[in-house]
Design a protein around this ligand. Structure first.
Ligand SMILES: C[S@@+](CC[C@H](N)C(=O)[O-])C[C@H]1O[C@@H](n2cnc3c(N)ncnc32)[C@H](O)[C@@H]1O
Length: 256
């Protein structure tokens, strides 16, 4: 089994419907908080069920939902297919369907941990091609090495208590412990990154990147990164900086 087959099989990773709804509501609110403006074009890559995607679409000009799972896309179409401002695509359709440099924000939340290294490298190339000048790539819910399962469970239980599914979450944690998900993490691989490696990876992919706070979703121990097209080397006096697009953008903002 691959990770894509796992997600295609509608895995029971949520404790109940209330958990799933609260999760996607939170993710949508967090994406909205990161929108550059109401006229922006957004890609949510590896969006999953995206139950509250309408909230994101209401706050931007065009939202594209992309997921590798055919079953997920079918559910998205049933849910949002009538909205002309929400597009639904498979990953392999993105290259032809979206114009280059057309996206103001690309979000990949809780996705890169499931991508083999070569797929992540290809995704970075695709995202860079589609990102507009000044557009932003937000990679979030990145799992650092050695993250404690106890800390993960504690973060989930806190979120559950605040959203009325505490008991279901307790049962869900026990089920997850004995589930395929845990076994697949060890058999298929589950990518973890520390902050420095993630910045280096993005830099090698042609992005200027930095850690971004807060992470999307309920788990603040996981990490988010904001990245832009790296600008060509800028020379200030004798000092050459390739802090890239962020430095460039800060200067433009001051001049503007
Ligand atoms: C953990 S879920 C995250 C869903 C959503 N982004 C969220 O924050 O809840 C991972 C999702 O990534 C999708 N996915 C896995 N590999 C993918 C790939 N190569 N391209 C696009 N989506 C992928 C899966 O189908 C699944 O829906």
């Amino acid at each position: 089994m691959s990770w894509i087959e796992f997600w295609d099989g509608k895995p029971p990773i949520y404790a109940n419907a209330r958990h799933e709804a609260a999760h996607y509501r939170q993710i949508a609110e967090d994406i909205v908080a990161n929108l550059p403006g109401p006229g922006c074009h957004v890609l949510d890559y590896g969006c999953g069920a995206a139950l509250s995607a309408d909230r994101v679409a209401d706050a931007c000009a065009q939202l594209t939902l992309c997921d590798a799972s055919a079953n997920v896309r079918q559910a998205l179409t049933a849910h949002f297919g009538k909205r002309s401002d929400i597009g639904i695509l498979a990953p392999e359709q993105i290259a032809a369907a979206l114009p280059d440099r057309s996206l103001d924000l690309i979000v990949a939340n809780s996705v890169i941990q499931y991508l083999p290294a070569e797929d992540l490298r290809k995704a970075l190339i695709l995202w860079r091609t589609k990102l507009a000048d000044g557009g932003r790539l937000l990679i979030a819910d990145v799992v650092p090495p050695g993250q404690s399962p106890v800390a993960d469970a504690a973060a989930l239980l806190k979120f559950a208590a605040a959203n009325g599914f505490f008991l279901a979450a307790c049962t869900g944690l026990v089920k997850t412990y004995f589930s395929d998900y845990r076994k697949l993490r060890s058999s298929l691989g589950f990518q973890v990154f520390d902050e420095r490696d993630m910045i280096a990876l993005l830099s090698a992919g042609g992005f200027a990147a930095r850690r971004h706070f807060p992470n999307l979703g309920h788990n603040s121990d996981r990490m988010a990164f904001m990245a832009m097209h790296a600008a060509p080397t800028v020379t200030i006096g004798a000092v050459s900086t390739l802090n890239g697009a962020f430095a460039q953008q800060n200067r433009s903002a001051q001049e503007g």
